[in-house]
Design a protein around this ligand. Structure first.
Ligand code: HEM
Length: 355
């Protein structure tokens, strides 16, 4: 399955997926499942999924779309970075930082080509990623940089949604309100360097406002009953994702500074699994085939892992709030199973084995 343009993306994609599988494994061990493990595996979870998996997939999608050979270096830096990270955290984190700075270069090319609100949002997301990685490289613990990583993923997805919603032609008020919300999210991340509790609560206000903005504006909420099955599936996944963004925002407003434990788990994964996970589920039927120059694929079977992802996340968060260890652990395990079944189905669809 070689693409016309970049024969080398398959090994890179494999590196990204290997990072995801290892990160999910590490997450399960961290949740208390007694799985085979090695020293310090649990500390790799967050950085691995952010830089090793998403740090390869997100630039790769842009590399294939923009067809510039130098850009392939960016996912390579993150792909090699996570493997070297196990031996030398300093070198690994340095490569992640270079990778995120490289992503700014890619987004800079896009913004220069098309200086629009969506490219500006994507670029701001890239800057947040690099800022988070720079703080982490200089010794700030993950709980002190995670608001920058959240901003990176939320702004990247928001920029992509704006790009796909271009048909809707935003009014000046809609554009201004969107820019105000994005500025709020970045201001909150900057504030978190000096006062984590205030930064976290203000981030919450930003994410809740962004959810309300997209509920009012995103075409997904108008396509929930679309006659075309793929469009309906994508809209369902996106709508559910935006609701989790709102829940994550409310939790950040209510809980403020969180550094470990059940509150930390709930705040992070309502957005990382609920919003980011559901957005990946919603976009993958288009993105994965596009990486191989193929047309979008769909099977109604995809609704099962999507439903499981959201139901198991509700169970996990319930476990976090009522301190029910088993709910939390089984919820997390079914988060992982939903992801594995989903990617398995997509691979079967790519191979034409699933209709
Ligand atoms: C789907 C299954 C997942 C499981 C089972 C899982 C499990 C966990 C656990 C148990 C923690 C520690 C919370 C604590 O301190 O008690 C954690 C932290 C974290 N998770 Fe996940 N997670 C999952 C998915 C994700 C995803 C999809 C992302 C990002 C896209 C993510 C990013 C993070 C980050 C950044 C942290 C903080 C790490 C740190 O402070 O060291 N997780 N995760």
């Amino acid at each position: 399955m070689k693409t016309k343009t970049f024969p080398s993306i398959l090994p890179l994609l494999a590196l990204g997926i290997a990072a995801l599988l290892l990160a999910l494994w590490s997450g399960l061990v961290r949740l208390g499942w007694h799985l085979p493990s090695f020293a310090k595996l649990t500390v790799f979870h967050g950085g691995l999924i952010l830089n090793g998996f998403l740090g390869v997939l997100i630039p790769l999608e842009r590399v294939v779309a923009l067809q510039r050979r130098w850009m392939i270096l960016i996912p390579c830096l993150n792909g090699v970075g996570w493997m070297l990270w196990f031996g030398s955290p300093q070198i690994g984190q340095a490569l992640f930082l270079l990778g995120s700075l490289g992503m700014i270069a890619i987004l800079g090319v896009m913004f220069k080509r098309e200086p629009q609100l969506h490219t500006a949002t994507l670029l701001t997301g890239g800057l947040s990623w690099a800022m988070g990685n720079a703080l982490w490289f200089f010794g700030v613990p993950i709980y002190g940089v995670v608001l920058w990583w959240l901003a990176f993923l939320v702004l990247t997805i928001s920029g992509e949604r704006l790009e796909l919603n271009r048909v809707l032609r935003l009014s000046n008020l809609e554009r201004t309100s969107f820019m105000v919300i994005i500025s709020l999210i970045i201001t909150a991340a900057i504030l978190s360097i000096f006062h984590l509790d205030w930064g976290a609560r203000l981030s919450g206000v930003g994410y809740l406002s962004l959810m309300i903005w997209f509920v009012a504006k995103d075409i997904a909420f108008r396509n929930l009953r679309h006659p075309q099955p793929l469009t309906q599936f994508i809209s369902t996944a996106l709508a559910a994702g935006f609701l989790w963004l709102g829940i994550g925002g409310l939790l950040l407003i209510y809980l403020g500074k969180v550094t470990a434990g059940v509150a930390y788990d709930a705040v992070l994964h309502s957005i990382f699994v609920g919003f980011v996970g559901s957005m990946i589920f919603g976009h993958a039927p288009i993105i994965f085939p596009a990486l191989f120059g193929m047309t979008a694929r769909f099977s109604p079977m995809l609704y099962y892992p999507l439903g499981l992802l959201h139901l198991s996340l509700i169970l996990r968060l319930l476990g976090d709030f009522v301190l029910h260890e088993a709910f939390r652990r089984w919820g997390g395990l079914f988060n992982v199973i939903a992801a594995l079944v989903y990617f398995g189905l997509n691979i079967r669809m790519l191979l034409g084995k699933e209709r």
